[in-house]
Design a protein. Structure first.
Length: 146
């Protein structure tokens, strides 16, 4: 068997109890799925003491193709929260960098992927947790380091 046949599973995201956790945003990345589908992924590390300490979960936030999020979007609301509730001026670049190193209270939810047939969900082993929304910001300071 050649090395090109050595396919190994990637890391999986943890499944946590759906509740509010204290977490620090440790990284972010952008991904385009198509010309009209862009998302920013924020990676959070749980810093609450207990079984979940150190586990990482993500939040996916849609970005419009013109990269001008509307005030009603999850990205805009989260960005304004971590910016100390200061709305951006007209020409502000709403970089995801602002999230890096921020400590927030985040609300999680469990993702239950559908079966390929669309009828029912995958078994519980396939379920994982994501950040549904930022509940509050604990540390708002200027933490723009890369």
């Amino acid at each position: 068997m050649s090395s090109k046949d050595d396919i190994k599973p990637g890391a999986s995201w943890p499944r946590l109890q759906d509740r509010i956790y204290t977490a620090q945003c440790v990284s972010y990345n952008h991904h385009s799925f198509s010309r009209d589908s862009h998302k920013v992924f924020l990676i959070y590390r749980i810093i609450d003491e207990g079984d979940c300490f150190g586990k990482e979960i993500f939040q996916a936030l849609r970005i419009p193709p013109d990269k001008r999020p509307k005030q009603s979007s999850k990205y805009y609301k989260a960005w304004v929260m971590v910016n100390g509730f200061r709305k951006p001026s007209r020409n502000t670049r709403m970089s995801a960098r602002i999230f890096k190193n921020k400590i927030c209270k985040v609300k999680t939810r469990t993702v239950k992927p559908l079966l390929p047939s669309g009828k029912g969900t995958m078994p519980e082993d396939f379920w994982y947790s994501v950040v549904d929304y930022i509940y509050s910001v604990e540390l708002v300071g200027n933490c723009h380091e890369e």
